[in-house]
Every structure is written in C-alpha cells, then in structure tokens.
Design a protein around this ligand. Sequence first.
Ligand SMILES: Cc1cc2nc3c(=O)[nH]c(=O)nc-3n(C[C@H](O)[C@H](O)[C@H](O)COP(=O)(O)OP(=O)(O)OC[C@H]3O[C@@H](n4cnc5c(N)ncnc54)[C@H](O)[C@@H]3O)c2cc1C
Length: 427
Amino acid sequence: MANTPYPESYYAASANAVPPRPALQDDVETDVCVIGAGYTGLSSALFLLENGFKVTVLEAAKVGFGASGRNGGQIVNSYSRDIDVIERTVGPKQAQLLGQMAFEGGRIIRERVAKYNIQCDLKDGGVFAAITAKQMGHLEAQKRLWERFGHTQLELMDQTRIREVVACDQYVGGMLDMSGGHIHPLNLALGEAAAVESLGGTIYEQSPAVRIERGASPVVHTPKGKVRAKFIIVAGNAYLGNLVPELAAKSMPCGTQVITTAPLGDELASSLLPQDYCVEDCNYLLDYYRLTADKRLVFGGGVVYGARDPANIEAIIRPKMLKAFPQLRDVKIDYAWTGNFLLTLSRLPQVGRLGDNIYYSQGCSGHGVTYTHLAGKVLAEALRGQAERFDAFADLPHYPFPGGQLLRTPFAALGAWYYGLRDKFGY
Ligand SMILES: Cc1cc2nc3c(=O)[nH]c(=O)nc-3n(C[C@H](O)[C@H](O)[C@H](O)COP(=O)(O)OP(=O)(O)OC[C@H]3O[C@@H](n4cnc5c(N)ncnc54)[C@H](O)[C@@H]3O)c2cc1C
C-alpha cells in the first residue's frame, strides 16, 4: 500500500517530532470510529475521550495531511457567512444559538493548547483589512453585530491606525480582533493527536476508510482491517471523495495556495507586521498572511474551483504578495503548496446524521480553523445525547450545487468571477 507523505510545505519542514503511527492491520472494536485526522476529527476524538468514550481514528495519510496541516494558520472567528446571514436564513432562536457559538472555537483552541501544552507558536491578534470604503462599512456593521453576541475584543482602525500594524498602503482601514490570532497549523494538529493518544485514543495512519457497512453496529473497512463501532464520525471534509455519496453531492472541494518566504530577519519582519498580528483582506477572493516564529511571511490567496493543483503556485501567489508588500521584491520563496477546503452553496457548514449512528461535519468553506474545533465539541455533545447545539447546525438549509458534480465547478467559477470583478471595481 502506498505511503502518502505530507506535501512539501513549510509546515511539514518545521513539524514537531512525532511517534510512528502504524496502519490498521486487523479487526478492532470501539465506541466511536472517527474518519479523518484533521481538526474536525481530532477535536471530536478529544472531546469524546474526555467524556469516557473509546475512540479509534482512521487517517488515510498522516495526521494533519489535509487542510488542517496546510492552512494559513489564522484563527478567525465566526463562520464563512456571518451571523446576520444566518439570522436572515433561520429563525431567531436558532440564530441566537449559532451566534453564541461563533466565538467558541478560538477559545477551544486556546484551552487545548494550554491544557495539553501544545507547542504551536500561538499568537493573539488578527486584522481584517478593508481595501474599499464599502468594505470598511461592512466591518463597522460586523463589529456591531459581533458585540451584540458578546464579543468585546474588537477595535476599528482608520487608515493611520492600520498602517501602524501592517506596512501595506492598500488599506483604508480595518478591524483588529484580539481573540483572533495565529498558529503553526500542523503542529496544532500534531499536538491534538498526541493529546488523543495520551487519553487512550488510537490513531491509525495510512489507513483510508474505503467502505462503510451501515447498520445497527456499523463497520468501517480499510485495505487491511476493519473497525466495528457504535458510532461513526465522518470528518474527511474536502479529501473524503465519494466514500459517503450523500455528502459528496452537496459540496465542492476547492484548492487554495500558500507560499512561504525565506526568513526575513527581525528588522524586515517587524517592519511589515510590527505587532505580529495576522491579516486577511475583505475581498471575496481574499489574501491572507502572517509571520512565522522564524520570521518568514506565509502568504495565501486564490481559489481553484474543483481542487486541481495549479502547475506554478509561486507564479500565482507571489504577485499578490508583491502587490501588498513591494518591499519583498528580492526575497526568495522557499515553499509553495496547495490545499483543499470544502465549499457549500450557502457557505455555511453542513452538519448532520445519516441513519442513527453516522455523524458528520464538513464544508466550512474557507474559514474553518475555529469552526472545526467547535464542531468536534458539538458532535461529541450529540453522541452524549445533548443535541440542542448539534440540531441548530443540522437544521441549517443546504442545497446541492446546480448541475450536480459535473457542472458544479463551472457554476462556482462563474460566481467567483463575478465576485472577483466586484472586488476589483470596489462595489
Ligand atoms: C491552503 C488553505 C488555507 C486555509 N487557511 C485558513 C485560515 O488561515 N484560517 C481558517 O480559519 N481556515 C483556513 N482554511 C480552512 C481550514 O484549514 C479548514 O476548514 C479545516 O482545516 C478543515 O479541517 P477538517 O478536519 O474538517 O478537514 P481536513 O483538515 O482536510 O482533514 C480531513 C482529513 O481526513 C482524511 N481523510 C479523508 N478521507 C478519508 C478516508 N476515507 N479515510 C481516512 N481518512 C480520510 C484526510 O487525509 C485529512 O487528513 C484554509 C484551508 C486551506 C486548504
């Protein structure tokens, strides 16, 4: 069986040491079989273990192989569509519940890091940067909205103030969220995996779930073994393929690309981002960036609908970086990689249950570092019989992409082209 390695990312190159994790070779029994060792799977496993469940995690490649080990590392609050959209879509009671949860994921990450002593370069402070006056107006409304749901760590920044935190002349203003921040994403996943094992959970790597035998006591098959469980949690997100056809039908994997510079040195690094906050702009097709612990710039952006790997990532992303920071003209790019996230038509996460015992969460559509940590808690609550918060997510309406799996990519690309034009012309 092929041994799938990590992509050649900065994160893989700077990953903390981990123990070897074998592939599943025989038949095992467990309370909960989790499919996928990204944040959704690991967060679910941790909450379940903390509540006395026996947990077995199957990972097709390696812990954090998917988006969780490749992302921009930005801790961003709320969901890919904000609470106001949720309020307009569902009733006030459900919106209230989802709004209260919108800032919980970041707290869970910080609790995990502290409780399990996870070394992942956690830093506080995230900036939303407005390129147009209209975007600034949206940030002002977002601040009022988030404050209505209890968020108290927000500061609006005018053009002079944002220039103090990011040396980029593109922005008319922004909003600083001190409960945002950034992490080394793969090391967070690896630390969470170690925590799972410290509580008696088992993680098998290079063990893809290839078939699920549904029923009262479901069985997950891998190439060389099987897991019989009381419950299954499907957490494969954009890497799941067609294992669960119902889930593949209503979502679309998309690629986004990240580059990492050579170390910039203290002086240049702190001239770009003096307080070491992370930044994302407010465009629909947004750019996001931050410094690493060894003072490189990690810069991401762009979307490839349908998740094809572009041939030359640096050629796509470096011009975006130079537009923000022309002063990096002569800096070498050491790493470039792509990762897949899962887009839903509503851009809200899909959470639910298939039959009595197969649970899933997927499709956070770009912003998932915080949501996935919350999702693990909400899924674990549901397995314990407390389903109020799970139901609030599960009741969100979802639709298949127009045109099904064949035409969803051109339709979504058309939509993105439209939004890209809106970004470009500032309306
Ligand atoms: C390049 C990039 C940058 C991003 N930047 C940010 C950011 O800065 N901030 C933010 O909030 N969000 C960001 N995101 C989104 C965020 O990373 C994801 O929403 C989140 O990590 C999803 O976690 P997950 O556990 O659901 O999925 P994943 O991390 O993708 O994990 C799924 C796992 O399941 C495994 N798997 C799949 N199928 C099977 C199977 N059949 N059997 C066993 N295992 C299986 C995969 O190998 C994988 O390890 C970014 C995403 C990408 C791709």
